[in-house]
Design a protein around this ligand. Sequence first.
Ligand code: ATP
Length: 519
Amino acid sequence: MSKNKNLSAEEKFKAVISHSKEYGFIFQSSEIYDGLSAVYDYGQCGSQLKNNLREYWWRSMVQLNENIVGIDSAVFMHPTTWKASGHIDAFNDPLIDNKDSKKRYRADVLVEEYIGKIESKADKEVEKARKRFGDSFDEYLFRKTNPRVVESERKKEEINLRLKNALEQNDLAALRQLILDLEIVCPVSGTRNWTEVRQFNLMFSTQLGSLSDDAQTIYLRPETAQGIFVNFLNVYKTGRMKIPFGIAQTGKAFRNEIVARQFIFRMREFEQMEMQFFIRPGTEIQWYNYWKEKRIQWHYAMGFSKIKYRFHDHIKLAHYANVACDIEFEFPFGFKELEGIHSRTDFDLKNHENQSGKRLQYFDPDMNESYIPYVIETSIGLDRLFLAVMSESYCEEQLEDGSERTVLRIPPALAPVKCAVLPLVNKDALPEKSREIMKNIKLDFDCMFDAKDSIGKRYRRQDAIGTPYCLTIDHQTLEDNTLTIRERDSMTQERIALEEVSRIIEDRVSLKKLLKLII
Ligand code: ATP
């Protein structure tokens, strides 16, 4: 039996980052020039994993839902798009600088982190009490009556209210005052020497046109959603869609993030997977709840522990939403947003209608009337999903014989390489036989051939990139067409006939396995 080494969250996060680089998952962009802040490249294993995650999302949306279709719109869009969507006027983050460290922070995030600390203090009290009282512990009653927990809750609500008011009223002075009143210090300098709070627009702009005279300022899209809205009419008409229906797309988005930390959690260039679901006005709460449930089940299907996920209702609604929540995931640095589910009302289509002068309405044959549909959006960051999967899969194990291994327990259907083909020795016609075998199975799966080093070392290399199966070809294979199949998680080995290989692997690594859980 193997035993997991207990790494602290911080140790694990560091290990995931260095492992990602060492095994070709993620590289810093332009590393030979010392990199570019908050921009990353995906390597040979990373790009495969990313493709698989995207495919899992795409097929769950487009293939499994008759009423959802996919599109692929351009990154560049007419600049008026961003006027209509509200991004030119309202896509700002409040930033604050510490005068001593010269570090820049998002003012709202400083307050949210403070609230997070109050929460975890209260949680610790609850856990202590749970241990003391054992089975008879009533968490609800404890939270309602324990003076310290009650006080934390009161404080949290008070701060939340002040934060919400300051953000909603765009009152930057009040936001700064809240930071001062809470005596929040800069994590780097440890001082409270803060500047004023300023608004900072997150969109990147560039020029369209070859001559600067007639150049036009355009933006790199900060979200993929608007590409869906401006194509609403095209898809509705040409696809003969009937409400309720959805349009899905995946693609790059760009934001000039003020605080770009935590590896690929917050990047300046990232990928989104978004679906806008067009519905009859008045049915938004029903569909909002429907998509909340659908999306959480999609996450659960990957097989990680359910306690890693939670819903978080928004206290400050984005300029377009009337109800919204996040699916948060417990990353090594705490619970953070992984996916957003928003009820966007008719905000976007209405504004595009106003700005473009085109009628963006749906004729509802059942009601015999036209209206601008309401929209429920599900929006997930592919890179954040990648980080969630990597950090949850990463495992350092102590084996029975005293040795150690690092294994990525990636859900087999999502693993970058499904099967490694390993000749036991690099001679005696074993490499040739292995190549022959590989020639067939690579038609079904992503395979890797490896003949270098001892077989033990090669197993470790495959464990480290999360390959679910290794096939070892030995002298007996030449005689009777049997080989050894080794499974990643249990490390068990079994001798099987060559013709069984595809079926056994297919059984575990097919995406169908995940999709069946959510259909
Ligand atoms: P945050 O509050 O963390 O800045 P957000 O609420 O602005 O995120 P949305 O606009 O709802 O994010 O975007 C939808 C999804 O896109 C998010 O749930 C997240 O997974 C992803 N995302 C947003 N910004 C980034 C980023 N800078 N880097 C990577 N992924 C991102």
